[in-house]
Design a protein around this ligand. Sequence first.
Ligand code: SR1
Ligand code: MG
Length: 388
Amino acid sequence: MSYELLTVETVAGYVATRPALASFGAVSQVREVGDGNLNLVFVAVAERGGLVLKQALPYVRVDPTWPITPERNGIEGRALRVHNRVAPGLVPEIYDADPDRHVIAIEDLSDHRVWRGALNEGLRHEGVAAALGRYVARVAFGTSVFGLGAKGHKAALTTATNPELCEITEDLVFTEPYITHEHNRILPANVADVAAYANDPDVRAAIGAAKLAFLTHAEALIHGDLHTGSVLVRDGSARAFDVEFAFYGPVGFDLGALWGNYALAAARAVVLGDDAHAAWVLAQAEETWRGFAEEFTRLWPGRADPRIIGLDSWLAQVYADAVPFAAAKAARRVIGFSAVSDIESLPEDLRVRAVRSVLAGARLLLTAPGPRGEPKPLFERVGQVLAE
Ligand code: SR1
Ligand code: MG
C-alpha cells in the first residue's frame, strides 16, 4: 500500500494537517460509517461543524482480492465540484481533495438517511424523485454541449475520463448477468428465470444496444451510479452522493438507474403485500421524468448553440435510452455482483418471487417500452407484471 489509510484514531490528526479544513477547528469525535462496496467513510464532529471524509481503498472493500484504482477519489472530487456548480443544493458540498491520501472532505449530511433504506421501510419522501430529475437535468445541461458549447464540451470531456470504473459497469451491468460468471449468485429456484431472461434473443439485443450507448454516448458528466443507495433524503431535501463512477456518458443512464431501482423497491413491496407502496414507488418514475423534462425545458433557451437538435427530439432520445438502462440496472442487482438490500433482506421464498418479478419487469422494459416520453403507463405495466 503506497498511502496510509485513515482510522477512527487518526482522522482528527489528519484533519488538523489540511489547510482547507482549518475553519472546522479541532475534531472531537469520529465514527466510521462506510457500508458501500468500495470506500472508507468517516463522520467527524469538529468545533465548528461536522464533515465527512471519504477515502478510496485500493481494492474493493467487500472483496479485497479485487484491485481498483484509488484515483477514483480524485475523479469523484472533480465531478462533485462540477455538480455543485451546475446543481447546487442537490449534491453534498466539497471542502477538500487530497490526491496523496485519496481522501475527499465533504458536507456532513447525517441529518439525512439513505433513500434505499427508507423505501425498504415503506416510507414516502415526497419530492425526492422530482428533485433527482432536476439534478439529472441540471447536470445534463450544464456539462454538455448545451451548456458548454462544442469546444467547452470537448475540453471538459478530456478532463473527466473514468475508464476503470466504467469498465466495472460495463462488466457488472451489461455483460456478467448475461453469461455464466463467478460473480453471479442465483438461488436454485431462480435458475430457470435467469436463463429465460438472459438467453432471450430480444433481451440480449436490447442489452447489447444499451451497452453500446453506454460506451459511446459521451453526452454529459453523468453521476454514473445513481441508484437509491446513492441518494440521501430528509423531509424537503434530496442529495445525490457517491459520484465516483462519474464520466461523460448518456444522460439516460442516470434516469434509468433510478427507474430500475424503483422497480426493485416495488418488487420488494409487492412480495411483502404492500401494493400501495409498490404503486407509489413506481409512480416516482413519472415524477423523476417530469422533474427532468421540466427543468431541462426551463434551461433550454440558454443553450450555447440555438441551431442544435430540437428540444422534443432530445428529450425523446434520452427517454428511449433510459428505458433499457432501467432494465439493465434492475436485472444486474438480482443476478450479478452487488445485490441490494431491497431483495437480499427478504426471506428466501419471497426473494425467489421478487427476483422472478424483477426479471419479468426488466424483460417488459426491454421488449415492449411503449411510446416515448410516457413513463406513467409503462411503469403501471411494470407494476402489473411485478404483481403476477
Ligand atoms: C465492484 S463495485 C460494485 C458496484 O458497487 C457500486 O455501487 C456500483 O454499482 C458497482 O457496480
Ligand atoms: Mg456507490
